[in-house]
Design a protein around this ligand. Structure first.
Ligand SMILES: Cc1cc2nc3c(=O)[nH]c(=O)nc-3n(C[C@H](O)[C@H](O)[C@H](O)COP(=O)(O)O)c2cc1C
Length: 482
């Protein structure tokens, strides 16, 4: 193997030195726009891909909230599709293709691919390019045994040659479409087998546009706390934008993550479960910070030149200069009532108000949460084309949406068993919709936590060398979770 040296061969930098180095030309801790190839993200906030969650309907409710926070300016974040198997796309399997269904008003169509074979990844990227996808993310973080057993997801970067070959194949296939390719990874397999800095260096050499680091190991899965210091280490090691990920539950966490690590942006997974309005807080924070820099929503090119936020896709779609995009703003405003524009924020003195500021959190009343659930439900019916399937998907969100509200056990149980939108209406008709958002529902972890794994399941002898001996097999079989 040539050109792929293990991290241990490279000079180490102290954490202190690393954190002093600014990310992507910006000062550490600044909330600034980020460029990914031809795309510009004025609000560098990513809805992290979540299998079984981030379908087009959920992405849309999150995006709509983000656009309220950004004052209607778009893109107000990057809303990534749930993980799609490259093998399924390469073979054009209808069920897999259906997972690419876009949120129709999203200016950036972002898709995450999973695969272990460069040729398959290359074909899948071509399929995405042909279908008008705007951004590809590659999954190198999945801890699910079904995936790691095949050498995929979070254990793949251990095999440096295969990892590099996949990145090269993806970037080459993306070139004709001018598609930026990013990747998402973890610290490594376990504390004795870290990969993050090798990943950073190889990604940079291969033309990857950005890295999202979930600051846990594969062995940790979702347990414990994310080690943000490792995000700072990666920031200081690469000249690529790094998106910090792990345990951002509030806008304050996002600010702290950026300030402590110098990361260019944040990726949010579990924190937005049942709270799509978290994106409204985040977009407001970044939008206000951009205005404070006197840039309105203009991108400050690292090279020094200012460029308008114009994003053109291979499919010929052009997103106009955001600062003057009246049509986008008008569209957002007209749909405000449906999208919960009356959502309240709690001001410093604890009273409820309608203004959203970068320092206030959105705190919807029970009625506004019910409206959000209904909106999500309708979009899911569009997504699945079948009300019962849509409600089956929505059921898992119910506990998150209504967390902390005094609904009573029977009603909670009934909400978790809905089969139609009429069920939602019936079960919420007699609620006191003026109830304020419960204080204790806002804070802290939600969603999957789990326990650490004693042993990460891997192909036989996987850890014995950093190069791949033998083959890996791409499979279409549904994989879930990252
Ligand atoms: C239900 C669920 C499904 C997930 N699926 C994926 C996935 O398909 N691809 C991926 O890269 N990460 C996946 N993740 C990981 C998240 O993207 C994210 O990295 C992780 O939850 C940590 O971020 P958080 O603390 O903000 O949740 C998943 C997480 C959850 C909870």
């Amino acid at each position: 193997m040539t050109g792929v040296a293990a991290e241990s061969d490279r000079p180490q930098m102290s954490v202190h030195d690393r954190q002093r180095r600014p990310a992507s030309g910006q000062s550490v801790g600044e909330l600034r726009p980020v460029r990914l190839g031809r795309l510009v993200l004025p609000v560098p906030v990513i809805l992290a891909p979540m299998a079984g969650i981030t379908n087009s309907a959920y992405r849309q409710v999150c995006r709509e909230q983000a656009e309220l926070g950004s004052g209607g300016r778009r893109p107000a974040g990057l809303f990534t599709c749930e993980m799609v198997t490259a093998a399924g796309l390469a073979q054009r399997i209808p069920k897999t293709l259906a997972m690419l269904k876009p949120d129709p008003s999203d200016p950036i169509r972002s898709v995450q691919l999973y695969g272990v074979e460069p040729v398959t990844i290359s074909r899948a990227v071509t399929v995405c390019g042909d279908l008008g996808v705007d951004h590809i993310d590659l999954n190198f973080g999945c801890p699910v045994p079904k995936v790691t057993r095949k050498g995929g997801g979070g254990v793949l970067p251990w095999k440096l040659d295969r990892f590099q070959a996949i990145l090269k194949a993806a970037v080459r296939a993306a070139e004709p479409y001018d598609l930026p390719v990013t990747l998402k990874t973890r610290i490594g397999i376990d504390p004795g087998h870290e990969t993050l800095l090798d990943v950073g260096r190889i990604a940079q050499d291969c033309g990857i546009a950005a890295i999202t680091l979930h600051a846990r190991t594969v062995a940790q899965a979702y347990s414990g706390t994310a080690d943000w210091q490792r995000i700072g280490e990666l920031v200081a090691t690469v000249d690529l934008p790094v998106f910090g990920n792990g345990d951002v539950w509030e806008v304050e966490d996002a600010r702290r993550l950026v300030a402590e690590t110098g990361c260019a942006g944040v990726a949010i997974g579990r924190g937005c479960l049942g709270r799509p309005w978290l994106f409204r807080d985040l977009a407001a924070a970044w939008t206000e910070a951009s205005a404070d820099h006197g840039q309105a929503i203009r991108f400050d090119d690292p090279a020094g030149a200012q460029s308008d936020l114009v994003v053109s896709s291979a499919a010929g779609r052009v997103i106009p200069d955001l600062a003057s995009d009246q049509s986008v703003c008008a569209e957002t405003e007209s749909a405000d009532s449906l999208r919960g524009d009356t959502t309240s924020t709690k001001t410093a003195d604890g009273s409820l108000g309608s203004a959203v500021g970068a320092t206030d959190r959105v705190r919807p009343t029970l009625g506004e949460v019910v409206s959000m659930v209904r909106r999500h439900a309708e979009l899911l019916v569009d997504h699945f084309g079948h009300e019962a399937h849509a409600m089956a998907d929505l059921r898992k969100h119910m506990g998150w949406y209504f967390k902390g509200f005094p609904l009573g056990g029977d009603r909670r149980l009934a909400l978790s068993l809905i089969t139609s939108i009429a069920d939602i209406d019936r079960l919420t008709a007699d609620l006191d919709l003026t109830l304020p958002y419960p204080d204790d529902a806002q804070d802290g972890p939600r969603g999957r936590q789990g326990t650490a794994r004693d042993k990460v399941v891997m192909p036989y002898g996987w850890l014995d060398s950093r190069t791949l001996d033998g083959d890996l097999v791409d499979e279409v079989a549904a994989v879930s979770g990252g």
